[in-house]
Each structure stands twice: as C-alpha cells, then as structure tokens.
Design a protein around this ligand. Structure first.
Ligand code: HEM
Ligand code: 2IO
Length: 401
C-alpha cells in the first residue's frame, strides 16, 4: 500500500530547497510515487545501491525515451554486456594515460584565458562568466573540436540537456531541443566522417577504431556517443565548481585550511559532490515485477534513484547534513567517508569520467585560489539554485583582490 503523498518532488518548496525534504523521503516515503510522471522515487542509500547494482532487473531502458530522441542513437548507458564494456573502455582510452597528458595542459590554458579579463575587474560570476565557458571548452578539447565554435556548441548543448533533464517541457521547448539536436548532427557528422582514418587521440577519432569491438561503429553511433560525452562532461562541471566555492565560503574555517593546504582540495571536491550532488536523479526501468521495502512495483515501472538524498543517509554518513571536508581524513569513522558517495552512480554504469572530473576540478580550483585572493560574495549577491535532475547555483557573484 502506498501512503498518500504529502510532499511532491514537483512542488515549489522542493524545487527551492530539496535538501530539507531528504530525511522525510528516506524515512516516510522510501518508495515515493509521483502520479504525474508515473514513477517511484527511491531515496535510502541501501535501496539506491541495490537498484544501481542490479542492471538486469533495474534496466536503463527508460533512456530510449529520455535521451535517445535528442542523442540520435543509443548512449553508453543504454548498452550492456560485451558491447557496453568495449565501448566504455574506448571512451576511457580517450581520457586517460597519454591522452590525459595532452588534455590537462589545455584545461589549464583555457581556465587561465577565461579568468584573465576578470582579474583587473576584481569581480566575477563563477557560473556564468567562468564555469559554463570552462565546462564547454574542456569538452571541446576532449572531443578535439574547434574552440571557435564554442558559442554555438554551448547553445545546442543547452537545448539537448534541457530535453534530457526536464520533466515539464512545453511543446515549443521540446521543438527547440530537437532543433538543437539537428544542428549538432549537421555540425558533427562531417567532422566524424573526416576522422574515419585519423590516428589522433581525440575521442571522436578513437571511437572510429575497432580495437575493443568486433565491428566498426557507424557515424550515427559515434554521433550519439559524441553527444553523450558533450552532455555528460559539460553539464555537471560548472555546477560542481560553483557549489565547491559556495560551500567553502559558507565554511570559512575549512576554506582557510584549504587555501593553506591544497592537498585538502580533493576532499573538499568529494565532499561537495556528496553534500550537493550535481546529478540528483538516476532513472531505471523494471524488467520484471519486484518489491522494495514491501511495496510492490510492476514490470516496466520507472524508478528514479534520488542520489542527493542517498548521499545524506545517516546510516552511511555521520552528520550527513554537515559540509565537512575532513570526513575522509577521519579514519575512525570509516562510515562517513565521502568517497562512498553515489554522485558518480554505482555499479555497471558508474561514471567513466569520474577520475578525470576530479583532476579537472582540482586543477581549476587551484588556479582560482591562486589568482583570486580574498574571495567574498558580491554585496548584492543572493544565492539560488535551479534544476531537479541536474542541480546547481544559478550564479555565484564574487569579489576578490
Ligand atoms: C555516467 C555523474 C563527469 C561521462 C554518469 C552517472 C552519473 C554521472 C551519476 C551514472 C549514470 C547512470 O547510472 O545512469 C557525473 C558527474 C560528473 C561527471 C557528477 C562531474 C562532476 C563526466 C565526464 C564524462 C562523463 C567528465 C566524460 C568523459 C559519462 C558517461 C556515463 C556517465 C559516458 C555513462 C557510463 C556508463 O553507462 O557506463 N556520470 N559525471 N561524466 N558519465 Fe559522468
Ligand atoms: C546522457 C545527466 C549530465 C550519462 C545521460 C542521459 C546518460 C548518463 C547521467 C550522466 C550525467 C548527465 N547519465 N551521464 O546521469 O552519460
């Protein structure tokens, strides 16, 4: 029996501040039904881990509707078995080892170049003046695209991201998303074709090779994986970066220690991802009837894992509602380490870009700390977040010397 809902994930209150409802969901509505989208929201760490850990029962089939219409073919998360393993390792090759050594200096150059004009001004909006531009430029480097096309790529990316992460797109908004997806196809297909025999290490060239797969991928299949990376590597970055600096500013003692001892930055980034997970939801579709906490769930049901709520489960994290960069360093409390957090997912489809993101975020945060001293909020700044599926600050207007 499902208890009548008191709080909806689609209410204004939840949209404004979801964190205040996490314990309610975990304790009162561990399997929370939302009629408007016919989906069950799961919020306890143990349940989320069990869902993501069983990809036979909890499949990624729902992405056929949520992602494929704008991705133009299957994304990595829709694949399984041998195909998934082979294609995931191709992507991994494009962001590790030799290739990592090529792209990290480019991230650094780009970050410095974007920051430069603001240094004299003493003011910057870390989301809109920096993070969003840095995020899309970094992805452009990974894919080996041309930086001069960054504005249109960023605009089209926004269109496909909004299709995938919205629950209430209007017809016009949906049409705009499809238009963006078509523009991306027109732009990318000739580039993909051109790189058929390229020996370069950019992700598009790598996806043409068939070292780990039995057959070569078609250009359309490569297009979908290119769009997958464009979205997956861009969307969470400005959010995580702004959340990191917001929570450091909110916790001045921790901020001061991070500034002094940069080794703490890694911990601060991981704790940010736990405390305010930029990817809040992970959807799955049931392949058979089952039950969670004695609540029957029918075959084909849509299950949405509430990553943010699971990451604040007191069964797994001591004082979960406290931003505490020292969790990992406190060896006695193994239960509270942020590395157990589910921000990059769990199981077969765990994020392939997790370690790259940590390197990228640490690098860029270090540059910001080196160049922007005495960081504080701009006098008129009011903090607000947006997004239910992916979530982050609307802006972060800062002053510095
Ligand atoms: C998967 C989050 C950065 C590429 C995922 C998933 C999450 C996630 C939660 C699991 C999806 C699921 O189980 O359905 C994040 C966050 C990032 C980040 C929070 C940054 C802070 C990146 C980057 C890349 C990337 C930089 C680029 C290479 C992917 C891909 C998948 C994925 C391809 C699908 C993996 C699979 O199906 O095996 N990511 N991601 N992500 N991510 Fe990331
Ligand atoms: C493209 C939602 C930003 C992924 C996605 C629908 C599949 C998969 C994720 C992440 C983050 C994006 N799911 N990346 O949650 O590739």
């Amino acid at each position: 029996m499902i208890i009548k809902n008191k709080v909806s994930v689609f209410s204004n209150e939840y949209n404004e501040n979801p964190y205040q409802f996490f314990s309610y969901f975990r304790n009162e509505q561990p399997v929370h039904y939302e009629e408007s989208i016919n989906a069950y929201f799961v919020s306890n760490y143990e349940d989320v881990q069990a869902v993501l850990g069983n990809d036979q029962l909890f499949t990624t089939k729902s992405l056929a509707k949520r992602a494929q219409p704008v991705m133009r073919d299957r994304v990595l998360a829709q694949m399984n078995g041998k195909e998934h393993k082979a294609k995931k390792s191709m992507i991994l090759k494009g962001i590790t080892g030799e290739r990592l050594e090529e792209i990290v200096p480019l991230f650094e150059e780009n970050a410095k170049e974007i920051l430069n004009p603001y240094l004299k001004k003493g003011k910057i909006d870390l989301v809109n003046d920096f993070g969003k531009i840095f995020a899309v430029q970094s992805t452009i480097e990974m894919l080996g695209l041309d930086k001069k096309d960054q504005n249109k790529i960023a605009e089209w990316h926004q269109g496909i991201a909004s299709f995938i992460t919205s629950f209430n797109q209007s017809k016009e908004e949906q049409e705009y998303s499809f238009w963006c997806s078509e523009q991306l196809e027109k732009y990318l297909l000739p580039i993909i074709e051109e790189r058929k025999n390229s020996r370069n290490l950019d992700l598009i060239s790598l996806l043409h090779r068939s070292e780990t797969t039995d057959t070569k991928m078609t250009s359309q299949e490569i297009l979908a994986l290119t769009l997958n990376i464009l979205l997956a590597a861009t969307e969470p970055v400005d959010k995580t970066l702004a959340l990191l600096f917001y929570h450091l500013l909110e916790n001045p003692d921790q901020f001061a220690n991070v500034e002094k001892d940069r080794k703490l930055l890694k911990n601060a980034i991981r704790e940010t991802l736990r405390y305010k997970s930029p990817v809040q939801f992970i959807p799955r579709q049931l392949s058979d009837n089952t039950e969670i906490r004695n609540i029957p769930l029918p075959k084909d049901a849509l299950i949405i894992c509430m990553i943010g709520a699971a990451n604040r489960d007191p069964e797994f994290f001591t004082e979960p509602d406290r931003f505490n960069i020292y969790r990992e360093l406190n060896h006695q409390k193994v239960f509270s380490t942020h590395s157990q957090n589910l921000s990059f997912g769990y199981g077969t489809h765990t994020c392939v870009g997790a370690s790259l993101s940590l390197i990228q975020l640490e690098l860029v945060a270090n540059i910001i700390l080196d160049k922007l001293k005495n960081l504080e909020y701009d006098k008129n700044f009011v903090y607000a977040e947006h997004g239910l599926y992916t979530r982050g600050p609307k802006s972060l207007e800062l002053e510095f010397r």
